[in-house]
Ligand binder design. Structure first.
Ligand code: AMP
Length: 177
């Protein structure tokens, strides 16, 4: 049986060239998450990093951020709050637009999703340019929460996404490429 460590997890992530468009090297996390022992390791290692910080809410970004995000909420005894693409959330929402390579995109959160005494851990599967998490931080800030952390399963270091995140928000990723 292979001993699980970060190298094994990294090697289990499938690289799909030219998806969803030419020139993008897509990091496919499904090949890591489908293995029970790897998924357990990923959840345990990530939860261990955020234990004892008083996290009350995991804010997961649609849609791949929901997978590990909900497991982290369970492990940390926190609640789970979804950040969604436009038109998906049924009640009143805050909206935040952000720049893409071509055009803009928008994310939404329910206006009653968080309160000022929350300690929030934002989670997404992957940090690339930082646009998605930047918009998510702007949304979470509307609630005046106590503290915001940001976590990713995978970070693409060359794109320096973490360098674009506000210094007030500590960033930590399990796997780096
Ligand atoms: P960004 O806003 O540039 O940091 O992009 C992060 C979001 O886009 C995350 O929700 C990722 O799921 C997705 N994403 C961006 N680049 C990749 C990639 N190379 N492989 C997989 N997902 C990606």
């Amino acid at each position: 049986m292979t001993k699980i460590n970060l190298d094994v997890v990294q090697a289990s992530i499938r690289n799909v060239p030219d998806f969803p468009k030419p020139g993008i090297q897509f990091k496919d996390i499904t090949t890591a998450f489908k293995k029970p022992d790897l998924f357990r390791f990923i959840v345990e290692e990530t939860a261990a990093h955020y234990r004892n910080l008083g996290v009350t809410r995991i804010v997961g970004v649609e849609s791949r951020g929901f997978i590990l995000g909900s497991a982290l909420a369970y492990k940390l005894g926190a609640g789970f709050v979804p950040v969604r693409k436009p038109g998906k959330l049924p009640a009143k929402t805050y909206k935040q637009s952000y720049e893409l390579e071509y055009g803009t995109d928008t994310l939404e959160m329910h206006t009653d999703a968080l309160s000022p005494d929350d300690v929030v851990l934002i989670h997404d599967d992957l940090l690339a340019t930082g646009g998605t998490v930047g918009a998510t931080i702007d949304l979470v800030r509307k609630f005046g929460v106590k503290k915001i952390f940001a976590n990713f399963f995978v970070e693409l270091d060359l794109l320096n996404g973490s360098g674009k995140i506000d210094e007030q928000v500590p960033v930590w990723s399990l796997i780096h490429f």
